[in-house]
Write a protein that binds this ligand. Structure first.
Ligand code: GUN
Length: 287
């Protein structure tokens, strides 16, 4: 029977570390690190995510500014808001909550965020840095997964990692991070011919697709580490991941639950990234 990796507990620990670092920053520079979050429209899930980010900032001693814009905000107005935050000396991190309403070019908005303040690590310059291994910040959900593996003491070097999902937000950057850990990496996606066969090879099996019960018990090798990044809402309103948790738990050595697994780690890593961006900005100024 697998041991459960408790993301809720681990995220609390990381937030506590971020709070200590934020306090150190405040002592050194006479102000708190600052995060600005822009949300356009009233997508209910996005509103909950943004509220969680705001609460986490307050608990960590990070100053947080939430800019709520109506759903009919134009691209020009949004770009102007981003440009103002780029210039604001109190703002160390900028996050534009996705998805954006139709009619706004997401790529344009992401490219408008100053790379040094891009705590999501979505800007193509930062994605390029991540690819070359020369980076200060890694995207929040992928680095949250890596942190979970590290803190659980999972050996990555030389082990087979199968990443299911290749999104720009999670699958691709996490695949890069696992490669950097010297895993032997396979990336699977909707066109993979025999997903079961690929998954059964995995010492570390990670799914980030958004399909309930895509990963069944017979796809898990005995003793594998299973990381579930999917968050799916079922018809009865309950949340579940991509993995058939009960079946996979019987085969795996470690497994993350949904909820209470990877989810809380994303916000915790955002706190870390904000403090890191703040230190990097001030240290650059001092040079
Ligand atoms: N929407 C869902 N996840 C994310 C995220 O990590 N960052 C942003 N900006 N929007 C999101």
């Amino acid at each position: 029977m697998a041991k459960i990796i408790n993301g809720k507990e681990m995220a609390a620990q990381i937030r506590a570390e971020a709070a200590l670092e934020a306090a150190q920053f405040a002592r050194r520079y006479g102000r708190a690190p600052g995060l600005a979050v822009i949300i356009v429209g009233s997508d209910p899930a996005s509103q909950i995510y943004v509220r969680n980010k705001h609460k986490a900032c307050a608990a960590c001693g990070i100053s947080s500014q939430v800019i709520e814009l109506p759903g009919d905000t134009g691209e020009k107005e949004l770009l102007a808001r981003v440009a103002a935050l780029n210039e604001d000396a109190q703002t160390d991190g900028i996050l534009v909550q996705l998805p954006l309403p139709e009619g706004i070019d997401k790529r344009k908005v992401i490219s408008a965020v100053a790379p040094a303040k891009d705590v999501d690590v979505f800007h193509s310059l930062n994605v390029g840095m991540l690819t070359s291994g020369d980076y200060t910040l890694a995207p929040c959900t992928p680095s949250g997964v890596l942190e979970m593996l590290r803190r659980t003491g999972i050996v990555m070097e030389g082990r087979k990692c199968v990443m299911v999902g290749r999104s720009n937000l999670v699958g691709k950057p996490l695949a890069l991070l696992m490669l950097e850990q010297n895993c032997t990496l396979t990336v699977c996606h909707s066109k993979t011919v025999d997903l079961k066969k690929e998954c059964r090879q995995a010492d570390i099996l990670i799914s980030a697709v958004g399909k309930p019960r895509l990963i069944t018990g017979d796809m898990v090798k005995k003793g594998a580490v299973v990381i579930d990044i999917g968050i799916n809402r079922l018809e009865d309103g309950s949340l579940c991941g991509d993995v058939d948790f009960e079946a996979a738990k019987k085969k795996a050595s470690y497994i993350t639950p949904v909820p209470g697994g990877v989810g809380p780690m994303t916000v915790a890593m955002l706190m870390k990234n904000t403090v890191r961006a703040a230190f990097a900005a001030m240290e650059k100024k001092e040079k």
